[in-house]
Design a protein around this ligand. Structure first.
Ligand code: ADP
Ligand code: MG
Length: 226
């Protein structure tokens, strides 16, 4: 089967002022197949978030190519890319990035509303997803009225809203206590297994990394399979 993600020769550097440049990713080749859970590990500052942002089309590399489900996404203009991202990629960040002034239900509905689906359809799917993550009785709460673990579960439901093929998670449990972290990991796994979605998760949590199908170690700008 065709891989869901292929990156070839990805390079990314950041300029600091006029003179300084830091080369973060030097030559990253990686492949992810449908339904796989891949953990990305590596020291702080090695470029894990940078890599996830490139894969998720939140930023562009200096050179190299990224294919998602057969689409060379770097050839897309920004508008097409935004649409592709909305439909095909789900994001879960360490700090959930929920919209504070909206309820849990509204936050979960957001990706579908942006993609132009009908309100009633969005609402019924969002209600189902909140139930799946165990928050059916919290749908009217705003993020500030939820615990950290609950907020992350809302973020998971939101990431699943448009049924993306690829879910990218950047240290999703980095901010949670051990019990909530464990619950979040189990939840992600069971959801991805049911829907054959691919999850790429950056983590410092070795227990989580061990649960993954594969581990990719980022070191000196390159990706090594463990
Ligand atoms: N927007 C940016 N501008 C300049 N430097 C950056 C920027 N984003 C990240 N960096 C630098 O790139 C390196 C990799 O960062 P990051 O991808 O966040 O690492 P990780 O997620 O592995 O901790 C770090 O040295 C960081 O300081
Ligand atoms: Mg990071």
């Amino acid at each position: 089967m065709q891989p869901i993600l292929i990156t070839s020769n990805l390079k990314k550097s950041y300029s600091l002022g006029v003179k300084h440049q830091i080369n973060v990713l030097d030559n990253v080749d990686m492949v992810a197949r449908r339904g796989e859970v891949i953990a990305i590990i590596g020291h702080s500052g090695v470029g894990k978030s940078t890599l996830l942002h490139l894969i998720g089309a939140l930023d562009r590399p200096d050179s190299g190519s990224i294919e998602i489900d057969g689409h060379s996404i770097l050839k897309y203009d920004d508008r097409t890319l935004a649409r592709f991202r909305n439909l095909e990629i789900g994001f879960i960040f360490q700090f959930h990035h929920l919209l504070q002034e909206f309820t849990a239900l509204e936050n979960v509905m957001m990706p579908a509303l942006i993609s132009g689906k009908r309100l009633r359809e969005c609402k019924s799917r969002a209600i189902q997803l909140l139930a799946k993550v165990g928050l059916n009785n919290r749908s009217d709460h705003k993020p500030g009225e939820l615990s950290g673990g609950e907020q992350q579960r809302v973020a998971v439901a939101r990431a699943l809203m448009n049924a993306p093929k690829l879910i990218l998670a950047d240290e999703p449990s980095g901010n949670l206590d051990a019990k909530s972290a464990n619950e979040l990991h189990q939840l992600l796994w069971s959801l991805s297994r049911k829907e054959a979605q691919t999850i790429i998760v950056v983590t410092h949590n070795m227990e989580l990394a061990r649960m993954a199908d594969r581990r990719i170690h980022l070191r000196e700008g390159q990706a090594f399979e463990e």
